[in-house]
Design a protein around this ligand. Structure first.
Ligand code: TXA
Ligand code: MG
Length: 312
């Protein structure tokens, strides 16, 4: 178990937070909206630990935090509309969902999608931390799944004490609700109302933004039954694979691929999307060993059920 440290909002505190992130640790930090639970967005294991610390039953895609638009252009493709809203509202409480860029990210961050959610927060401590770390930081709100988002360092400790390495204490958050999420990987869609009013976005874009059911449906990746389905057929809970199947094992079951030979669910989560892709490339039906329905196993099984669901 980790003893969670409270880091002061000083150059030393920021440097220590950046050092912990670089070592694969989890650090909660203030943004102007809510406290985020940060981990290196390139590090599968750090990202898996974010889901574990939150007790999230699903691998929903996470927001990638960056210090500025120049850096963001490495991780996502910005068309004219994206450039325009980013120039107008970043740094600030706006997240853009855009087509993936060139620089690598853990597939757990994007839940295997071809798009990525990017945000440049305005809080000076968040910006200092992102600059000091020098890489992309995945950060959902720093609360256990199903609880309200934290707007003070003490809220973070209430929920996540001893599950994360540190909290950078920046006092209360000014906005207090999460960022507005705008989908620009197609016609502009409001994916989540938040700290930036949608009217401001419409004024900036000079066109209406789709809201409500139609906007949300294609974009709520967690909700799609067969989201990130591999091309090959998938069978779950398999003890004895058939001869023509690729066997994705867990623990001592062995297998052609194994999510975690030691039966570690954090390791299994970190490997999940890579191994699904690898299995997909082998072009044989895929059989998956049973995964315990506890801790991160719930999120892994949720994703596997989607991978095995009938294709639309
Ligand atoms: O204010 C905020 O945005 C806070 C602070 C910490 O920055 N962060 C936050 O992150 O609320 P999170 O991970 O809780 O929100 C992620 C949301 C989810 O609703 C997810 O579905 C959506 O972003 N999302 C992420 N990537 C997406 C994608 N590629 N396509 C569609 N939605 C995406
Ligand atoms: Mg949240």
């Amino acid at each position: 178990m980790t003893k969670t440290r409270l880091l002061a909002p000083t150059p030393e505190g920021i440097a220590e937070a950046a050092r912990l992130l670089a070592g694969g640790g989890l650090v909660a930090f203030p943004t102007e909206t809510v406290y985020g639970l940060g981990g290196d967005a390139r590090d599968d294991r750090a990202v898996a630990r974010i889901f574990e610390a939150k007790g999230r039953p699903r691998f929903n895609p996470l927001i990638v935090h960056l210090p500025d638009l120049d850096t963001a252009r490495h991780y996502a493709r910005f068309d004219a509309a994206a450039e325009r809203v980013a120039a107008a509202f970043w740094p600030g409480p706006l997240t853009l969902v855009l087509p993936l860029g060139q620089a690598p990210l853990s597939p757990l961050v994007t839940a295997g999608l071809g798009s990525v959610a990017i945000r440049v927060p305005a809080h000076p401590l968040a910006r200092d931390l992102l600059r000091a770390f020098g890489g992309p930081v995945a950060a959902p709100s720093a609360n256990p799944s199903g609880r309200v988002s934290p707007t003070r360092a003490t809220h973070v400790l209430d929920g996540l004490s001893d599950r994360i390495e540190a909290v950078l204490d920046g006092g209360p958050c000014a906005v207090g609700v999460e960022s507005t999420i705008l989908g620009l990987d197609g016609p502009p869609r409001l994916l989540r109302p938040g700290g930036l009013p949608v009217e401001a976005l419409e004024d900036c874009l000079g066109q209406p933004i789709l809201t409500g059911g139609d906007a949300a449906r294609p974009s709520a990746p967690g909700q799609l039954a067969s989201h990130y389905a591999p091309g090959v057929a998938v069978r779950l809970g398999v003890q004895a694979p058939k001869p023509d199947e690729t066997f994705l094992g867990f623990g001592p079951s062995g297998g052609d691929l194994n999510l975690s030979p030691s039966g570690d669910l954090v390791e299994a989560a970190a490997n999940l999307f890579h191994m699904l892709r690898e299995a997909d490339g082998l072009d044989r039906p895929l059989a998956v060993a049973p995964i315990p329905e506890k801790g991160l196993g719930r999120a892994i099984n949720d994703r596997l059920r989607r991978a095995a669901a009938p294709r639309p």
